[in-house]
Design a protein around this ligand. Structure first.
Ligand code: HEM
Length: 430
Protein backbone atom coordinates (compact mmCIF):
# COMPACT_ATOMS: atom_id res chain seq x y z
CA UNK A 1 0.00 0.00 0.00
CA UNK A 2 1.33 3.49 -0.71
CA UNK A 3 2.81 4.95 2.51
CA UNK A 4 0.27 7.76 2.64
CA UNK A 5 -2.63 5.27 2.56
CA UNK A 6 -1.05 3.07 5.22
CA UNK A 7 -0.74 6.22 7.35
CA UNK A 8 -4.53 6.63 7.04
CA UNK A 9 -5.40 2.98 7.73
CA UNK A 10 -3.13 2.38 10.74
CA UNK A 11 -4.84 4.80 13.17
CA UNK A 12 -8.17 3.17 12.36
CA UNK A 13 -6.85 -0.37 12.87
CA UNK A 14 -5.21 0.82 16.10
CA UNK A 15 -8.63 2.18 17.16
CA UNK A 16 -7.38 5.72 17.69
CA UNK A 17 -10.37 7.83 18.82
CA UNK A 18 -10.23 10.41 15.99
CA UNK A 19 -10.00 7.69 13.35
CA UNK A 20 -12.94 5.81 14.86
CA UNK A 21 -14.98 9.01 14.99
CA UNK A 22 -14.37 9.73 11.32
CA UNK A 23 -13.05 6.78 9.33
CA UNK A 24 -14.64 7.86 6.03
CA UNK A 25 -11.55 9.40 4.40
CA UNK A 26 -9.86 5.99 4.64
CA UNK A 27 -12.55 4.35 2.51
CA UNK A 28 -12.79 7.32 0.12
CA UNK A 29 -9.03 7.20 -0.46
CA UNK A 30 -9.16 3.47 -1.26
CA UNK A 31 -12.23 3.86 -3.50
CA UNK A 32 -10.20 6.41 -5.51
CA UNK A 33 -7.43 3.84 -6.20
CA UNK A 34 -7.50 1.94 -9.46
CA UNK A 35 -8.35 -0.80 -8.67
CA UNK A 36 -9.93 0.05 -5.30
CA UNK A 37 -8.08 -2.64 -3.39
CA UNK A 38 -4.91 -2.22 -1.32
CA UNK A 39 -2.78 -4.37 0.99
CA UNK A 40 -2.38 -2.99 4.50
CA UNK A 41 0.64 -4.01 6.58
CA UNK A 42 -0.99 -2.87 9.81
CA UNK A 43 -4.02 -5.07 9.14
CA UNK A 44 -2.01 -7.82 7.44
CA UNK A 45 -4.90 -8.04 5.01
CA UNK A 46 -6.17 -6.63 1.74
CA UNK A 47 -8.81 -3.93 2.00
CA UNK A 48 -11.45 -3.93 -0.73
CA UNK A 49 -13.55 -0.78 -0.92
CA UNK A 50 -14.99 -0.50 -4.47
CA UNK A 51 -18.63 -1.56 -4.62
CA UNK A 52 -18.19 -3.92 -7.59
CA UNK A 53 -15.49 -5.94 -5.84
CA UNK A 54 -17.17 -5.87 -2.41
CA UNK A 55 -20.26 -7.41 -4.04
CA UNK A 56 -18.17 -9.85 -6.09
CA UNK A 57 -16.50 -11.24 -2.97
CA UNK A 58 -19.66 -11.34 -0.84
CA UNK A 59 -21.46 -13.21 -3.63
CA UNK A 60 -18.81 -15.92 -3.87
CA UNK A 61 -18.89 -18.11 -0.77
CA UNK A 62 -17.11 -20.89 -2.69
CA UNK A 63 -13.90 -18.87 -2.97
CA UNK A 64 -14.18 -16.80 0.20
CA UNK A 65 -14.48 -18.26 3.68
CA UNK A 66 -16.32 -16.61 6.60
CA UNK A 67 -14.19 -18.54 9.11
CA UNK A 68 -12.93 -15.35 10.74
CA UNK A 69 -15.32 -12.53 9.91
CA UNK A 70 -14.55 -10.34 12.91
CA UNK A 71 -10.81 -10.83 13.39
CA UNK A 72 -7.68 -10.36 11.33
CA UNK A 73 -5.02 -13.06 11.25
CA UNK A 74 -2.86 -10.93 13.57
CA UNK A 75 -5.70 -10.63 16.11
CA UNK A 76 -6.35 -14.38 15.93
CA UNK A 77 -2.70 -15.18 16.57
CA UNK A 78 -2.69 -12.92 19.61
CA UNK A 79 -5.96 -14.38 20.87
CA UNK A 80 -4.83 -18.01 20.58
CA UNK A 81 -1.41 -17.15 22.05
CA UNK A 82 -3.05 -15.62 25.13
CA UNK A 83 -5.42 -18.56 25.33
CA UNK A 84 -2.42 -20.95 25.44
CA UNK A 85 -0.97 -18.85 28.29
CA UNK A 86 -4.25 -19.10 30.19
CA UNK A 87 -4.34 -22.86 29.70
CA UNK A 88 -1.03 -23.07 31.58
CA UNK A 89 -2.76 -21.74 34.73
CA UNK A 90 -3.80 -24.94 36.57
CA UNK A 91 -7.26 -23.69 37.61
CA UNK A 92 -7.97 -22.40 34.08
CA UNK A 93 -6.79 -25.47 32.15
CA UNK A 94 -10.09 -27.46 32.27
CA UNK A 95 -12.21 -24.36 31.59
CA UNK A 96 -10.09 -23.35 28.59
CA UNK A 97 -10.17 -26.95 27.33
CA UNK A 98 -13.98 -27.03 27.59
CA UNK A 99 -14.22 -23.68 25.77
CA UNK A 100 -11.95 -24.78 22.91
CA UNK A 101 -13.66 -28.17 22.52
CA UNK A 102 -17.02 -26.42 22.11
CA UNK A 103 -15.50 -24.10 19.52
CA UNK A 104 -14.25 -27.17 17.61
CA UNK A 105 -17.84 -28.39 17.20
CA UNK A 106 -18.15 -26.39 14.02
CA UNK A 107 -18.99 -23.01 12.63
CA UNK A 108 -22.51 -21.55 12.58
CA UNK A 109 -24.20 -18.95 10.34
CA UNK A 110 -21.90 -15.91 10.21
CA UNK A 111 -18.72 -17.99 10.60
CA UNK A 112 -19.91 -21.00 8.55
CA UNK A 113 -19.16 -21.88 4.94
CA UNK A 114 -21.10 -24.05 2.51
CA UNK A 115 -22.43 -26.72 2.76
CA UNK A 116 -23.05 -26.22 6.55
CA UNK A 117 -24.00 -22.60 6.03
CA UNK A 118 -26.54 -23.45 3.33
CA UNK A 119 -28.17 -26.02 5.62
CA UNK A 120 -28.23 -23.67 8.64
CA UNK A 121 -29.53 -20.80 6.58
CA UNK A 122 -32.39 -23.00 5.35
CA UNK A 123 -33.19 -23.82 8.96
CA UNK A 124 -33.10 -20.21 10.20
CA UNK A 125 -34.04 -18.08 7.19
CA UNK A 126 -37.66 -17.83 8.29
CA UNK A 127 -37.05 -16.74 11.88
CA UNK A 128 -37.65 -13.06 11.21
CA UNK A 129 -40.53 -13.58 8.83
CA UNK A 130 -42.42 -10.37 8.02
CA UNK A 131 -45.44 -11.63 9.98
CA UNK A 132 -43.37 -11.99 13.15
CA UNK A 133 -41.85 -8.52 12.69
CA UNK A 134 -45.29 -7.07 12.09
CA UNK A 135 -46.57 -8.72 15.23
CA UNK A 136 -43.60 -7.25 17.15
CA UNK A 137 -44.38 -3.66 16.10
CA UNK A 138 -46.84 -2.83 18.94
CA UNK A 139 -44.32 -4.15 21.49
CA UNK A 140 -41.49 -2.10 19.95
CA UNK A 141 -43.73 0.98 19.98
CA UNK A 142 -44.79 0.38 23.60
CA UNK A 143 -41.20 -0.05 24.78
CA UNK A 144 -40.13 3.05 22.86
CA UNK A 145 -42.96 5.08 24.47
CA UNK A 146 -41.96 3.81 27.91
CA UNK A 147 -38.29 4.78 27.41
CA UNK A 148 -39.15 8.22 26.09
CA UNK A 149 -41.64 8.81 28.91
CA UNK A 150 -38.78 8.39 31.41
CA UNK A 151 -36.65 11.15 29.88
CA UNK A 152 -39.33 13.53 28.59
CA UNK A 153 -39.81 15.40 31.92
CA UNK A 154 -36.02 15.80 32.27
CA UNK A 155 -35.42 17.69 29.03
CA UNK A 156 -32.18 15.81 28.48
CA UNK A 157 -30.95 12.26 28.01
CA UNK A 158 -28.08 10.07 27.05
CA UNK A 159 -29.80 8.63 23.99
CA UNK A 160 -27.40 5.64 23.98
CA UNK A 161 -27.80 4.57 27.63
CA UNK A 162 -31.45 5.62 27.98
CA UNK A 163 -32.81 4.39 24.68
CA UNK A 164 -30.63 2.89 21.95
CA UNK A 165 -29.20 0.13 24.13
CA UNK A 166 -32.48 -0.48 25.98
CA UNK A 167 -34.84 -0.90 23.05
CA UNK A 168 -33.11 -3.75 21.13
CA UNK A 169 -32.28 -5.62 24.35
CA UNK A 170 -35.90 -5.48 25.53
CA UNK A 171 -37.11 -6.60 22.10
CA UNK A 172 -34.62 -9.46 22.03
CA UNK A 173 -35.83 -10.65 25.45
CA UNK A 174 -39.38 -10.44 24.19
CA UNK A 175 -38.49 -12.37 21.02
CA UNK A 176 -36.93 -15.03 23.20
CA UNK A 177 -39.98 -14.98 25.52
CA UNK A 178 -37.81 -14.54 28.63
CA UNK A 179 -38.16 -11.89 31.38
CA UNK A 180 -37.10 -8.44 30.20
CA UNK A 181 -34.79 -8.20 33.21
CA UNK A 182 -32.62 -10.95 31.63
CA UNK A 183 -31.73 -8.34 29.01
CA UNK A 184 -28.97 -7.01 31.29
CA UNK A 185 -27.29 -10.43 31.10
CA UNK A 186 -27.58 -10.43 27.30
CA UNK A 187 -25.97 -7.00 27.17
CA UNK A 188 -23.07 -8.08 29.40
CA UNK A 189 -22.47 -11.34 27.52
CA UNK A 190 -22.69 -9.59 24.21
CA UNK A 191 -20.20 -6.86 25.22
CA UNK A 192 -17.74 -9.48 26.40
CA UNK A 193 -18.27 -12.18 23.75
CA UNK A 194 -18.38 -9.63 20.93
CA UNK A 195 -15.48 -7.64 22.43
CA UNK A 196 -12.94 -9.36 20.17
CA UNK A 197 -14.54 -8.06 16.98
CA UNK A 198 -12.39 -5.45 15.25
CA UNK A 199 -9.68 -5.25 17.90
CA UNK A 200 -6.08 -6.38 17.95
CA UNK A 201 -5.23 -5.33 21.50
CA UNK A 202 -7.42 -7.75 23.49
CA UNK A 203 -5.94 -8.57 26.89
CA UNK A 204 -5.54 -11.84 28.79
CA UNK A 205 -8.05 -10.64 31.39
CA UNK A 206 -10.62 -9.96 28.67
CA UNK A 207 -10.12 -13.48 27.34
CA UNK A 208 -10.62 -14.86 30.84
CA UNK A 209 -13.90 -12.90 31.09
CA UNK A 210 -14.87 -14.14 27.66
CA UNK A 211 -14.39 -17.79 28.62
CA UNK A 212 -16.43 -17.40 31.82
CA UNK A 213 -19.16 -15.46 30.04
CA UNK A 214 -19.39 -18.14 27.39
CA UNK A 215 -19.93 -20.72 30.12
CA UNK A 216 -22.61 -18.58 31.77
CA UNK A 217 -24.23 -18.12 28.39
CA UNK A 218 -24.29 -21.89 27.81
CA UNK A 219 -25.67 -22.54 31.28
CA UNK A 220 -28.51 -20.12 30.58
CA UNK A 221 -29.44 -21.19 27.05
CA UNK A 222 -28.92 -24.97 27.20
CA UNK A 223 -31.85 -25.70 29.56
CA UNK A 224 -33.95 -23.00 27.88
CA UNK A 225 -33.50 -24.63 24.46
CA UNK A 226 -34.30 -28.04 25.92
CA UNK A 227 -37.43 -26.78 27.66
CA UNK A 228 -38.71 -25.06 24.48
CA UNK A 229 -37.85 -28.11 22.36
CA UNK A 230 -40.16 -30.16 24.54
CA UNK A 231 -42.71 -27.40 24.87
CA UNK A 232 -42.56 -25.13 21.82
CA UNK A 233 -44.29 -21.74 21.86
CA UNK A 234 -44.44 -18.91 19.35
CA UNK A 235 -41.00 -17.42 20.02
CA UNK A 236 -37.49 -17.33 18.62
CA UNK A 237 -35.97 -19.81 21.09
CA UNK A 238 -38.69 -22.37 20.30
CA UNK A 239 -38.03 -21.90 16.57
CA UNK A 240 -34.28 -22.39 17.09
CA UNK A 241 -34.86 -25.36 19.42
CA UNK A 242 -37.06 -27.15 16.89
CA UNK A 243 -35.16 -26.09 13.74
CA UNK A 244 -34.58 -28.84 11.22
CA UNK A 245 -33.70 -29.28 7.56
CA UNK A 246 -35.27 -32.08 5.51
CA UNK A 247 -36.44 -33.69 8.73
CA UNK A 248 -32.94 -33.60 10.30
CA UNK A 249 -32.65 -31.50 13.49
CA UNK A 250 -29.73 -29.14 13.91
CA UNK A 251 -27.13 -30.16 16.48
CA UNK A 252 -27.28 -28.78 20.03
CA UNK A 253 -24.00 -26.91 19.40
CA UNK A 254 -25.47 -25.27 16.29
CA UNK A 255 -28.57 -24.16 18.18
CA UNK A 256 -26.55 -22.75 21.06
CA UNK A 257 -24.21 -20.84 18.78
CA UNK A 258 -27.19 -19.50 16.80
CA UNK A 259 -28.61 -18.10 20.06
CA UNK A 260 -25.27 -16.45 20.75
CA UNK A 261 -25.19 -14.82 17.34
CA UNK A 262 -28.73 -13.51 17.73
CA UNK A 263 -27.81 -12.01 21.09
CA UNK A 264 -24.64 -10.33 19.80
CA UNK A 265 -25.84 -9.41 16.30
CA UNK A 266 -29.35 -8.64 17.47
CA UNK A 267 -28.68 -5.64 19.62
CA UNK A 268 -25.22 -4.11 19.22
CA UNK A 269 -25.67 -3.06 15.58
CA UNK A 270 -29.28 -2.00 16.11
CA UNK A 271 -28.21 0.13 19.07
CA UNK A 272 -25.57 1.76 16.89
CA UNK A 273 -27.92 2.67 14.09
CA UNK A 274 -30.43 4.15 16.54
CA UNK A 275 -27.63 6.22 18.09
CA UNK A 276 -26.38 7.33 14.66
CA UNK A 277 -29.91 8.36 13.73
CA UNK A 278 -30.15 10.35 16.97
CA UNK A 279 -26.86 12.11 16.29
CA UNK A 280 -27.88 13.06 12.77
CA UNK A 281 -31.29 14.47 13.76
CA UNK A 282 -30.04 16.23 16.89
CA UNK A 283 -27.41 18.09 14.86
CA UNK A 284 -29.77 19.23 12.14
CA UNK A 285 -33.01 21.02 13.11
CA UNK A 286 -34.01 21.46 9.44
CA UNK A 287 -33.79 17.73 8.92
CA UNK A 288 -35.90 17.17 12.02
CA UNK A 289 -38.52 19.62 10.74
CA UNK A 290 -38.65 17.92 7.34
CA UNK A 291 -39.14 14.52 8.93
CA UNK A 292 -41.76 15.91 11.31
CA UNK A 293 -43.66 17.48 8.41
CA UNK A 294 -43.61 14.29 6.32
CA UNK A 295 -43.21 11.04 8.25
CA UNK A 296 -43.30 9.05 5.01
CA UNK A 297 -39.68 10.20 4.55
CA UNK A 298 -38.58 8.21 7.62
CA UNK A 299 -37.94 4.78 6.04
CA UNK A 300 -35.79 6.41 3.31
CA UNK A 301 -34.01 8.46 5.97
CA UNK A 302 -33.17 5.29 7.92
CA UNK A 303 -31.73 3.65 4.78
CA UNK A 304 -29.57 6.69 4.07
CA UNK A 305 -28.21 6.73 7.65
CA UNK A 306 -27.45 3.02 7.22
CA UNK A 307 -25.60 3.80 3.99
CA UNK A 308 -23.47 6.70 5.23
CA UNK A 309 -23.18 5.72 8.91
CA UNK A 310 -23.08 1.91 8.83
CA UNK A 311 -22.81 0.11 12.20
CA UNK A 312 -20.54 -2.51 10.58
CA UNK A 313 -17.74 -0.95 8.53
CA UNK A 314 -16.69 -4.26 6.99
CA UNK A 315 -16.11 -7.95 7.75
CA UNK A 316 -13.26 -10.24 6.80
CA UNK A 317 -13.16 -13.05 4.28
CA UNK A 318 -10.31 -15.55 3.84
CA UNK A 319 -9.31 -16.86 0.41
CA UNK A 320 -9.97 -20.61 0.25
CA UNK A 321 -7.76 -20.95 -2.84
CA UNK A 322 -5.43 -18.81 -4.95
CA UNK A 323 -7.67 -16.25 -6.61
CA UNK A 324 -7.85 -12.72 -8.07
CA UNK A 325 -9.78 -9.58 -7.27
CA UNK A 326 -9.75 -6.82 -9.90
CA UNK A 327 -6.74 -8.55 -11.51
CA UNK A 328 -4.78 -8.59 -8.24
CA UNK A 329 -3.57 -12.02 -7.19
CA UNK A 330 -4.60 -13.11 -3.70
CA UNK A 331 -3.07 -16.28 -2.31
CA UNK A 332 -4.94 -19.04 -0.52
CA UNK A 333 -5.18 -18.22 3.20
CA UNK A 334 -4.87 -14.44 2.76
CA UNK A 335 -7.41 -12.20 4.50
CA UNK A 336 -9.49 -9.50 2.84
CA UNK A 337 -11.34 -6.81 4.77
CA UNK A 338 -14.52 -6.31 2.73
CA UNK A 339 -15.53 -2.71 3.43
CA UNK A 340 -19.29 -2.28 3.19
CA UNK A 341 -18.65 1.36 4.17
CA UNK A 342 -16.43 1.78 1.10
CA UNK A 343 -18.90 0.05 -1.22
CA UNK A 344 -21.64 2.39 0.03
CA UNK A 345 -19.55 5.48 -0.76
CA UNK A 346 -18.33 4.41 -4.20
CA UNK A 347 -19.68 6.85 -6.82
CA UNK A 348 -19.59 4.02 -9.38
CA UNK A 349 -22.31 2.26 -7.38
CA UNK A 350 -24.32 5.23 -6.19
CA UNK A 351 -24.81 8.63 -7.86
CA UNK A 352 -23.78 11.62 -5.70
CA UNK A 353 -22.54 9.02 -3.27
CA UNK A 354 -21.23 11.39 -0.59
CA UNK A 355 -24.43 13.42 -0.46
CA UNK A 356 -27.02 12.56 2.22
CA UNK A 357 -30.26 12.14 0.28
CA UNK A 358 -33.11 10.49 2.14
CA UNK A 359 -35.24 10.41 -1.01
CA UNK A 360 -32.65 8.24 -2.77
CA UNK A 361 -34.33 5.42 -4.66
CA UNK A 362 -33.20 2.76 -4.99
CA UNK A 363 -30.79 2.77 -2.08
CA UNK A 364 -28.66 -0.31 -2.66
CA UNK A 365 -26.40 0.05 0.36
CA UNK A 366 -24.39 -2.92 1.61
CA UNK A 367 -24.74 -2.22 5.33
CA UNK A 368 -26.63 -5.48 5.91
CA UNK A 369 -24.08 -7.35 3.78
CA UNK A 370 -24.90 -9.04 0.50
CA UNK A 371 -25.27 -12.56 -0.82
CA UNK A 372 -25.56 -15.73 1.19
CA UNK A 373 -24.57 -14.19 4.52
CA UNK A 374 -26.79 -11.10 4.20
CA UNK A 375 -28.25 -10.08 7.55
CA UNK A 376 -31.06 -12.25 8.87
CA UNK A 377 -32.33 -9.57 11.24
CA UNK A 378 -32.48 -6.60 8.83
CA UNK A 379 -36.29 -6.39 9.00
CA UNK A 380 -36.29 -6.32 12.79
CA UNK A 381 -33.52 -3.70 12.87
CA UNK A 382 -35.37 -1.51 10.38
CA UNK A 383 -38.63 -1.73 12.35
CA UNK A 384 -36.86 -0.52 15.49
CA UNK A 385 -34.95 2.21 13.65
CA UNK A 386 -38.16 3.64 12.15
CA UNK A 387 -39.91 3.72 15.54
CA UNK A 388 -36.82 5.30 17.17
CA UNK A 389 -36.73 7.99 14.46
CA UNK A 390 -40.37 8.85 15.10
CA UNK A 391 -39.61 9.10 18.83
CA UNK A 392 -36.72 11.51 18.20
CA UNK A 393 -38.73 13.65 15.81
CA UNK A 394 -41.39 14.00 18.53
CA UNK A 395 -38.91 15.55 21.00
CA UNK A 396 -39.47 19.34 20.76
CA UNK A 397 -36.40 21.45 20.00
CA UNK A 398 -34.13 18.44 20.00
CA UNK A 399 -30.42 19.32 19.86
CA UNK A 400 -27.08 17.89 20.89
CA UNK A 401 -26.35 18.82 24.51
CA UNK A 402 -23.49 21.33 24.87
CA UNK A 403 -21.45 18.75 26.80
CA UNK A 404 -21.78 16.02 24.14
CA UNK A 405 -18.51 14.64 22.79
CA UNK A 406 -18.42 12.04 20.01
CA UNK A 407 -16.66 8.97 21.36
CA UNK A 408 -16.86 5.55 19.73
CA UNK A 409 -16.22 2.09 21.14
CA UNK A 410 -12.93 0.34 20.54
CA UNK A 411 -13.47 -1.53 17.28
CA UNK A 412 -12.57 -0.76 13.69
CA UNK A 413 -15.39 -3.09 12.58
CA UNK A 414 -18.36 -2.31 14.83
CA UNK A 415 -18.74 1.44 14.95
CA UNK A 416 -20.90 2.52 17.89
CA UNK A 417 -21.23 5.75 19.86
CA UNK A 418 -20.49 5.35 23.57
CA UNK A 419 -23.00 8.04 24.47
CA UNK A 420 -25.16 10.69 22.85
CA UNK A 421 -26.10 13.56 25.11
CA UNK A 422 -29.19 15.32 23.82
CA UNK A 423 -31.35 18.18 25.06
CA UNK A 424 -34.97 19.07 24.25
CA UNK A 425 -37.90 21.00 25.72
CA UNK A 426 -39.10 19.44 28.94
CA UNK A 427 -42.55 18.00 28.79
CA UNK A 428 -44.69 17.44 31.85
CA UNK A 429 -45.54 13.88 32.85
CA UNK A 430 -48.80 12.95 31.11
C1 HEM B 1 -28.71 -2.16 11.99
C2 HEM B 1 -28.61 -3.37 12.47
C3 HEM B 1 -27.80 -4.48 11.82
C4 HEM B 1 -26.74 -4.40 10.95
C5 HEM B 1 -26.09 -3.16 10.40
C6 HEM B 1 -26.35 -5.76 10.64
C7 HEM B 1 -25.33 -6.09 9.77
C8 HEM B 1 -25.06 -7.38 9.34
C9 HEM B 1 -24.11 -7.70 8.33
C10 HEM B 1 -23.25 -6.70 7.59
C11 HEM B 1 -24.14 -9.05 8.16
C12 HEM B 1 -23.35 -9.84 7.12
C13 HEM B 1 -22.24 -10.68 7.66
C14 HEM B 1 -21.32 -11.19 6.57
O1 HEM B 1 -21.31 -10.70 5.45
O2 HEM B 1 -20.54 -12.11 6.87
C15 HEM B 1 -25.09 -9.57 9.11
C16 HEM B 1 -25.36 -10.91 9.30
C17 HEM B 1 -26.18 -11.36 10.29
N1 HEM B 1 -27.02 -10.63 11.09
FE1 HEM B 1 -27.18 -8.65 11.13
N2 HEM B 1 -27.17 -6.63 11.33
C18 HEM B 1 -28.07 -5.88 12.05
C19 HEM B 1 -29.08 -6.37 12.86
C20 HEM B 1 -29.32 -7.70 13.11
C21 HEM B 1 -30.35 -8.21 13.96
C22 HEM B 1 -31.40 -7.35 14.67
C23 HEM B 1 -30.20 -9.57 13.99
C24 HEM B 1 -30.98 -10.61 14.72
C25 HEM B 1 -31.78 -10.44 15.72
C26 HEM B 1 -29.08 -9.90 13.12
C27 HEM B 1 -28.61 -11.18 12.88
C28 HEM B 1 -27.67 -11.49 11.93
C29 HEM B 1 -27.23 -12.86 11.67
C30 HEM B 1 -27.70 -14.11 12.38
C31 HEM B 1 -26.30 -12.77 10.63
C32 HEM B 1 -25.54 -13.92 9.99
C33 HEM B 1 -26.24 -14.39 8.74
C34 HEM B 1 -25.43 -15.44 7.99
O3 HEM B 1 -24.20 -15.46 8.06
O4 HEM B 1 -26.07 -16.22 7.28
N3 HEM B 1 -28.57 -8.74 12.62
N4 HEM B 1 -25.64 -8.53 9.82
Amino acid sequence: MPGNLEALVKPLVDCEPDALASPWHVFDAIVEQDPPIVYSDSLEAWIVAGRQYVVEILADAKTWSNCSVGSSRKANERFFGLMRELRREPEMAPIVEEFTSIRRDGAVLVTADPPEHVRQRRAFSDLFRPRRIQSMTPAIQAKSDELVARVRPLGCADWVADYSIQLPIAILARNFAVPESDGTKFKRWSDILGGRIGRINITREEIRDLIFSEKEFRNYFTPLLEERRRNPQDDLISDIATAEVDGEPLSDAEKLEACQQFVIAGHETTSSIIANIGRRIARDPDLRDRLAADRSLIPGFVEEVLRLDPPVLGFFRMAKCDTEVAGIKIAEGEYVWVAYAGGNRDPKGCPRSLEFDMTRHPNRHLSFGYGEHACLGAGLARAQAVIATNALVDLPNLALAPDHVDEYSDSYILRGLKSLRIAFDRQPVA
